[in-house]
Design a protein around this ligand. Structure first.
Ligand code: TRP
Length: 364
């Protein structure tokens, strides 16, 4: 990849192509990948996260890919004055991870703030990137726009470099993310390359850091889920179905979902995005084609569509929700899982930091 952070279609296309190649390689050589990805603990996970990323993480873990997950608590304070109910959110995230099938005996789950050696990587990494390069990161720009032009914090400006440290501390070469995160993967590759050029190697034959690849979700349906009003999901819009909601709360959310006045149900994502969205949710839960479902509902109208979607989603999520509730009732277990994950992440980060200091001739 180049050093440009533009979002030109060709860049996106190249990543999509690479993702399809990797999808194929994963089936044959899962052991040659180390994956890292994660989430900011800013709220509860919802069905978009579930279909768009959790299921895929579980699949990769179970294929035998070495897996690491960062609960990115330091990223919460890029654009906020405080941390909010962070502890609660961290454990809620962890409960959803485990309920979805992420297995702490296979996957290292950790929080930023508990891994000093990871954070120390930020210092040499910051020396490898310039101010204009930081300022033209499109993700940083978008997030800045979302904060209504409020001046950005130094952490906001540099968080893509911190994210590079998340990826590189464990020498991950595979990062499953949405396309908004692609500029960060480019920064990560740039830093890995520049570190090698400027500071050299701990071992002469290979760079300290690999060049990581993004893995985009190439299954279109999962990426297509919208909020219950047919627009992008956002907690502040109240259009999100959280994994931890009860069946009743889910039914209520879907009851007030926006549809249109045409009683005849068809699958038309462009012309009827709200109706199509409900069909997609039902289709993912039932493993059925949206157009077939639409045909079955026919003239049943929005009422029948909503009933179908509600039942499909509640049935589908019932085991996840049961497991989640069981985990939430055992905070000591969740604490232990996180403590173990942090211990393991610290070991990995410390070993990498030794290599970094050795390459920089700072191992005294
Ligand atoms: N920035 C990511 C998000 O907002 C979360 C994240 C933090 C992440 N560190 C990461 C994703 C490292 C992939 C790799 O969704």
């Amino acid at each position: 990849m180049t050093e440009h952070h533009d979002e030109s279609p060709s860049t996106l296309q190249r990543w999509e192509e690479r993702s399809r190649e990797i999808d194929h390689e994963l089936l044959h050589h899962p052991g040659s990948f180390r994956m890292l990805t994660g989430d900011r603990p800013t709220g509860n996970l919802h069905i978009g996260h579930y279909f768009g990323s959790l299921l895929n993480r579980v699949r990769l873990q179970n294929l035998g890919v070495e897996t690491m997950l960062v609960i990115a608590d330091y990223q919460v304070i890029t654009d906020r004055d405080g941390v909010g109910p962070i502890k609660e959110r961290v454990y809620s995230l962890l409960a959803d991870y485990l309920a979805a099938g992420l297995d702490p005996s296979k996957t290292v789950i950790f929080t930023h703030s508990a891994i000093p050696a990871l954070n120390q990587l930020l210092l040499p990494f910051l020396s490898l990137i310039t101010e204009p390069e930081l300022k033209r990161n499109p993700t940083v720009k978008t997030e800045l726009e979302d904060t209504n032009g409020r001046p950005m914090s130094g952490l906001m400006l540099t968080y893509p470099v911190h994210q590079a440290a998340d990826i590189l501390f464990g020498k991950a070469n595979l990062v499953p993310v949405g396309k908004d995160q692609l500029p960060h993967i480019e920064v990560t590759r740039l830093i890995a390359r520049r570190f090698d050029e400027r500071y050299g190697r701990a071992q002469a034959d290979r760079p300290v850091f690999p060049l990581a690849d993004a893995l985009l979700n190439t299954t279109a349906n999962a990426a297509m889920i919208l909020g219950t009003d047919g627009t992008k999901m956002s907690k502040s819009k109240g259009n999100v179905i959280e994994l931890g909601m009860t069946a009743d709360e889910t039914a209520k959310m879907l009851k007030k979902a926006v549809t249109d006045s045409d009683r005849h149900i068809t699958f038309d994502p462009v012309g009827r995005p709200e109706v199509a969205n409900l069909l997609t949710i039902a289709g993912l839960c039932l493993g059925r084609d949206q157009a077939d479902l639409a045909q079955e509902i026919g003239d049943g109208g929005a009422g029948a569509l909503k009933r179908l979607t509600t039942d499909a989603l509640n049935d589908y999520l019932a085991p996840h929700r049961a497991k989640r509730a069981e985990l939430a009732a055992d905070p000591a277990y969740l604490q232990q899982v996180l403590a173990d994950g942090n211990t393991r992440a610290n070991q990995i980060a410390e070993a990498t930091l030794v290599e970094v200091r050795q390459a920089m001739q700072m191992l005294y």
